[in-house]
Each structure stands twice: as C-alpha cells, then as structure tokens.
Design a protein around this ligand. Structure first.
Ligand code: ADP
Ligand code: ZN
Length: 806
C-alpha cells in the first residue's frame, strides 16, 4: 500500500518530461500499480497519465496540499512492465524525445485513448445556448475540434456561470470482440429436475440436457453447439428458457490468417558450420549471457534454420523468443516457416494486420499465451516477460530504424532488452551493416560465419556484369541488354523462372551521363549530389555545396547527361513487347497496396503461374523459389546515386540479396547486373560474393572520409511552413551551435532537403560528426528545449545515427 504515485502525464513537452506526484486515494489502492494508465488533473485539464512508480514519501519540495488525487484508473492490470517503463525512459533520453512519447509508442493503437468532453445542461441554460453547444440536447460528447477557440471560451463562461457542466472523458479506442455462447447449468440436481419435466417428444432438449450433465458449467460458442450437437439455434434458445443453458458473451481473439502449410516442417540436421553457431548461441541461452552474436552467413546458408533451432531450445526452457524481421508483410515465406514449426505458440505483429488483429495479438502476448513473437520493427516492444533470445534477421536493414518522430533504432532496443533479460541476441545477415561487422572485429560482438549454401546441391550463382554504356550505343534506349535477353530466353525455354529487379531507390533524384556513367559529385565530400528541380541545382546534402545542373557531361562532353530513372510499368511494357509469350507478375507499391496482394502474387509465382517476376527492391529479400535460375538487375546504378555515404554499402547489400534469389536448389543459378558503372567496387565485390573484401575496402574509405563507423553522426532537422523563416532560424541555430560545440565535433550544413517542400513545410538539415557519441548530448538537449519554447510553426528534430539523409 503506497500513498503516492509517480505519474508521467500525456503532455509531451520538455518542461513536463518528468514524473509528477499524485495521491492514491484509498479506494484506488489496489488498482494503482506501476504500468497502469490513470486519469489525473493537470493544470486546468484532466489528462492521461502513466504510473511509473509508487512511493510513501512526498518529495521534499512538495507539501500535501499541493498534491492532487489520481482520478480514475483506466486499466485493470498494468499494460507496461517495469522493464518497458525503464526502456521508455532511456530511449527518450537517448533520442532527445519525451518519456511519455515512448510510453505511448509501446502500446498498440487500440490502447490509444480518445480525449472528449461531456457537456451537460444545467438549470437555467438558455435554449439558444443549448442549440449552439449541445445540439439542442441535454447532454453531448464533443471533441476539441468541434468548436473554435471562441466557442470554447463561451463554453468556459457558461461553466463558470453554473449553466453547463463540463467533464473530461478519456476512453480506450480498442474494442474487444465478443461472440454469443451458451454455458451449461452446473447444478446437476437442478438439471435432473428439469429432465423430469421434459415431454417424451422433446428429443432435442434431451440431447442438450445429456450434454449439459456431462459438461456442467462449461461454455461453448454458438458455433460449437450447432456443429457438434446438430441442434438449431431455436432449440438452444428453448434450452435457455428451461434453465438448462444460459447465454453468455465470450471474447474472441481476431487472428491474422495463418499460412501454415499444414506439413510439419522437418527439422534439418545442421551442417558443421551451422552446428558451431548453434552450439555457441545455445550455450549463451543456457548460461543466460547477454552476448551479441553476429551471424554472417551467405544467402541460403541456413541462418533461418539456426534461428529456428535456437528458438526451439528457448521454448523448451519455458522462455520466450522475439524474432524480428524487416517488414514481415513482405516475407510470407518466413511467416510460414515459423508457423510450421511453432504453430499456436506464435504471435505476429506487423503493419499488414488490422488494428483489431494487432490489438488481439498484443493481448495474447500480454496474457502470456505466446512463446514466439515474429514481427517487424515495432514488435521489439512486445510485452514479453520471459525473454530468452532475440533474433534480428537481416540486421543491416534500415527499416529497423524509425525515421519519423520519435526516432529510435529497433536494433539498439533489441540489445537493450536482451541485456535486461540476460539473454543473447543473434544479429543475422549475408551483408552485415558496417557498424555491426566492425563491432565484431573489435570483439564487442561474437562473429559466427556460414560460408556455404546449406542445401548441399546448391551453389552460389555465377554473376556477370553488363556495361550498359556499350549496349546503349549498340541498341539505343532500352532497359534490356542483349546478354540479359538471351539468358532470359534460355531460362524460359527450359521452363525455369526468372526474377527481374528494377532498383527504384534514389530514383531520379540524381544526374548521370548516359554515355560514360558519370555522376556529379560534390568536391568537399565526394558524395553524389541531389537534384533540386525547383532551383535547377545540384546540392550536397552534407555540406550544402551547390552548383547548376550541367548541360554537358564534365567527364566526356556528351550532352546525354540527364536524370536517371524508369518505372516498373514502363519496363513491363517493354518486356511484353520483347517476350510476348510469357506472362509477367509485377511486384511494386502499386500492385501490392491491397492487403494480401503480395502474398497472392508470390503464391502465384511459386505455383509457376508465370515464369517472370518483375519488381522493385521488394523482390530482393527473403524469397526462396527453387526454380528461379536467373536474376536480372536492370539498373544497378540508382543506389550509387544516393546522396549518402552509405550509397555503396546499400548497393552492395541489395545486389548480394537479389543475387541470392537465384539457384537456391539443385539447378545452377545465374545473375546479370546491368550498369553504367561496371568498374565500381561495390559491383565488383558483389560479383565475387565477397562481403569481407567489400567490408575492408569500404572501411578504408569511411576511415579516410571520417564517416561512421569511425565517427558518430547526429542529424538536426528543422522545418517550418515559411521558407525564409526556416532558412534564417537554421542559420541562427548553426551559429549558436558552432560557438558552443566541443572543438572536435564537426558541424556540416545547413543544407536544404532534397524535396524542399514536404506536406507544406520546408526542411533544412545539419549534421554533426563526432568521435564520442554522447559528446554533444547536453547541448542538443538544451537546443531541443529552446526550440520547444520558440515559435509554434518552427519544428526541430534531432536524430542519432540516422540511416537516411534524403
Ligand atoms: P538463409 O536464412 O541463410 O537464407 P535458409 O535457412 O533459408 O538460409 O536455408 C536455405 C535453404 O536450405 C532452405 O531451403 C533450408 O530449408 C535449407 N537448409 C537449411 N539448413 C539445412 C541443412 N542443415 N541441411 C539441409 N538443408 C538445409
Ligand atoms: Zn558536400
């Protein structure tokens, strides 16, 4: 029994970013626990609050008459564990955000609350006011937006005059789904008495009675009664009248459709390399060591098999597994593998679920009914309490970082939670992020390698690089080179399948010479510059350097220098003209917008309803089709034009991933990469499947240029509706920072955003580079604080280790 509760209120500002003390009234003693949400008075309003602690001692600077009561409790049991309360606090600190913002982020949308007010007419309210504010009724529920500021002032006046009552109503938005069920009477004597009153003809009632006597006090859904006893609803209702049954509402959990194949997935005997990895991971599981493993394994080397077997070990220990995958909606194949192995013990959390499904999956986890959670980024906050292992598949994927506010890295959250639970983490990838690989180099992570394809008959595909500069000279503007067309024809003739990828990353935001492949780079940073059509300039997003768009290529003098890009639809049309006899399945944002469309397209391809799969980066990841023997990359260059120091890394990763789709079974696979930059090292290493070689060269470049992982970066993004204002403010902030930053922290910029105007706002950014990641923290917190107090229209966000600089 504690007298006071420490409560974080739902007012996300720097000034209110701390717990406030409230009195726990006697009648709420039981319900007020850390992790429940409550309603409290704050200033003149009632707001939602999160109980983060209990105490019997009032802080020294407060007297009892300054402390208000907790008004009501919204949850009948805590929705956030002590772990998640702590985690939210740390994340807010680390990411220059607010505690309450992260607390809210951890809960499913259905637990978001709606703020409304109940207006009630009191004696003396005029009819005119009743019409204006209550729609002519006695009582009305309204939202803030229902009235203008003037309207609300009038309502306040009426309240003060005692003519109107105004009450806050805060409700969960989520609804639990229920269905009709019938419960049998548990009183056997009563049942036998009822039996004596039944007439001879009441055959159906006797069936129900006999069943009730065999299962007294049990609940069965309407559907179960109808199916199992073959009775009608009318008969059930009659049994209710007689007292044999009673009607009850039972909760049903909405579940995402299972795509389990129905076949038990055979547990494979691990090969030698897999066994080494498995043994090390399970040793850490057994010894409860929060080790971090980097599982570097080429595509198809059996990483997933290692994850699944390690997960099994954790389940056998009665603990839980968190299995993170990038955008799981995109990988139904992965979902199926997990479901085939762990069935009902699995929960799924990803953006493809409906709000209700997500709420119910979350509650299944919260109620402790689940042992494996498979999900995308936000699943890292799943309310698991007995974590024994966290897996981060494709750990290099940037989708693990949330770039919108609040910014956080899902990978870092995984590490935090694993340390809290003393559980190991497995970061898996064929192409680890440089940051992770460098940490493994330094011994911070344990490196585990899988160097061969797991299927003994499968080998890595042969990769050829086609120089599109020559092709264009020979055959004019086309998306298909001669070597690619010939190989495609051969594969199709043999009845096999092909995957063609059009890389839309960095699409048409940069300029390239069609004759020599030259991409204009900025002289300071040597980064590809971004095209700004509004000002007809090329700009460097790091340092702000700019120049006019060139009319002719500075390298070869050609006038075929233009921005670069083409859509999947256009490619599809060209392909249809070239290969009229072969249907194509297209996979891009347009064709997969509808729920389930992606899974269907992939299922169709799997059933060989088409031999060609054409798509964007979506086709690069996780697909495992045994008959795919050719992969074609139509434009390897777009990624190289990214205004980002990770451009080569991202290109290498993408090419390696997509190449890994070919030749996964017995038949040898082939990959054709079309490019205007055949000499680029990212392509050369991808061609040789040489991650380690790429890693070494890229590290040398990063070292020379002082980029991550040698340096840490922080991005400061400013925006406003008024372009002049944001330009001016950002310049002022830059000057302010420059005066205060430690000497060894570098400030780059400010520079405008490539899409200068987004949703009616203008964006500018600055980048800080530093050796010690926390060197500027205090200053940045001060900056966030000041910007909060400044002009409403001006917004400032600080992002640590941003993964994108667009
Ligand atoms: P990755 O996750 O590294 O891409 P997977 O786990 O998907 O690799 O394995 C690739 C293929 O090899 C799958 O079809 C899988 O069933 C198979 N496989 C994995 N491990 C073994 C093994 N030890 N023996 C035989 N086949 C295996
Ligand atoms: Zn620059």
């Amino acid at each position: 029994m504690s007298q006071y509760a420490e409560i974080v209120v739902d007012v996300p500002t720097q000034q209110t970013n701390r717990p406030y003390t409230y009195v726990v009234p006697t009648e709420l003693q039981e319900e007020v626990q850390p992790g429940v949400r409550v309603l409290v008075a704050f200033g003149h309003r009632s707001v939602l609050g999160y109980v983060v602690g209990l105490t019997d001692k009032l802080p020294d600077d407060l007297s009892i008459d300054q402390v208000k009561d907790v008004l009501t409790v919204l949850d009948d049991r805590p929705v956030l564990s002590a772990e998640l309360l702590d985690l939210a606090h740390d994340l807010a600190e680390k990411n220059f955000s607010f505690w309450v913002t992260f607390l809210a982020l951890m809960l499913p949308t259905s637990l978001k609350v709606s703020y409304r007010k109940r207006l009630t007419a009191l004696a003396g309210l005029s009819d005119a006011d009743r019409v204006d504010y209550l729609d002519g009724q006695q009582e009305r529920l309204v939202q803030t937006k229902d009235f203008s500021a003037k309207g609300w002032r009038a309502i306040n006046r009426l309240q003060q005059a005692g003519l109107l009552e105004v009450e806050s109503v805060i409700e969960n938005q989520g609804r639990v789904k229920t269905e009709l069920a019938f419960q049998t009477n548990d009183d056997l004597d009563e049942l036998s008495n009822i039996g004596a009153t039944l007439t001879k003809g009441a055959k159906q009632q006797r069936v129900i009675l006999a069943f009730a006597e065999a299962h007294p006090g049990q609940v069965f859904s309407k559907k179960e009664w109808l199916e199992q006893l073959d009775v009608s609803l009318a008969t059930l209702n009659a049994a209710v009248k007689k007292g044999i049954l009673q009607k009850v509402q039972v909760e049903v959990k909405r579940r995402p459709a299972s795509i389990a194949s129905g076949k038990a997935d055979g547990v494979k005997t691990l090969n030698a390399e897999q066994k080494v990895a498995y043994d090390q991971i399970t040793k850490a599981i057994d010894e409860q060591e929060d080790k971090v493993f980097l599982l570097e394994g080429i595509t198809g080397s059996g990483k997933t098999e290692v994850y699944l077997q390690a997960a099994q070990k954790v389940i056998d220990r009665g603990e839980q597994v968190l299995f993170l995958v990038p955008e799981i909606a995109l990988t139904p194949q992965m979902q199926r593998r997990v479901e085939d192995r762990f069935g009902e013990k699995t929960a799924l959390l990803h953006s493809g679920l409906s709000t209700g499904e997500r709420y119910d999956e979350w509650r299944r986890i919260h109620e402790g009914k689940v042992q494996v959670v498979v999900g995308a980024r936000s699943a890292v906050f799943a309310p698991l309490t007995k974590l024994g292992l966290i897996i981060v598949d494709e750990e290099h994927e940037t989708s693990y970082s949330q770039s919108e506010n609040p910014h956080y890295s899902g990978r870092d959250v995984a590490l935090w939670r694993a340390a809290y639970h003393q559980a190991p983490v497995v970061l898996g990838s064929a192409t680890p992020s440089l940051e992770s690989r460098a940490r493994a180099q330094k011994g911070v992570y344990d490196l585990l390698s899988l160097s061969k394809r797991a299927n003994p008959q499968a080998t890595l595909p042969e990769v050829s690089v086609v120089d599109m500069r020559q092709e264009q000279l020979d055959r004019g503007d086309t998306n298909f080179s001669k070597p690619l067309l010939e190989k495609l024809q051969t594969v199709l003739d043999r009845g096999e399948q092909a995957v063609l990828m059009l890389n839309r990353r960095g699409f048409s935001s940069f300029v390239m010479c069609r004759d020599c492949g030259f991409v204009p780079r900025d002289p300071n940073c040597n980064l590809a510059m971004t095209l700004h059509m509004d000002s007809l300039t090329l700009k460097c997003h790091y340092c702000g350097y700019q120049e006019a768009i060139p009319q002719t290529c500075p390298a070869c003098g050609s006038n075929r220098i233009r921005y670069y890009g083409t859509g999947t639809e256009k490619v599809e049309t060209e392909l249809a003209a070239l290969m009229p006899d072969y249907p194509v399945i297209r996979l891009d944002q347009d064709t997969t917008r509808k729920k389930g469309a992606m899974a269907k397209a992939l299922a169709d391809f799997g059933q060989k309803k088409a031999q060609i799969l054409l798509g964007t980066q979506m086709v690069a990841k996780g697909l495992d089709f045994p008959d795919v023997t050719l992969v074609g990359v139509l434009n390897a260059d777009t990624g190289l034009g990214l205004p980002d120091f990770r451009a080569s890394e991202k290109t290498f990763q993408l090419l390696t991933q997509v190449a890994g789709r070919a030749g996964r079974a017995e038949r040898q696979g082939e990959v054709v990469i079309q490019t205007y930059n055949p000499e680029h090292y990212a392509l050369k290493y991808a061609q040789k499947h040489d991650y380690e070689g790429f890693y070494r060269q890229e590290m040398a470049i990063r070292h020379a240029a002082e980029f991550p992982p040698y340096f840490y970066t922080v991005q400061i993004q400013c925006s406003a509706i008024d372009e002049n204002k944001v330009a001016l403010q950002t310049a002022k902030i830059a000057a302010w920072l420059k005066k205060r930053l430690p000497e060894d922290v570098l400030l780059l910029g400010p520079s405008p955003h490539s899409i200068a105007k987004l949703k009616g706002r203008y964006f500018f950014q600055m980048i800080l580079k530093m050796k010690d990641p926390n060197e500027a923290d205090e200053l940045l917190r001060d900056l966030v604080d000041r910007s909060q107090k400044a002009d409403k229209d001006f917004a400032l966000e600080v992002r640590r280790d941003p993964v994108s600089f667009m």
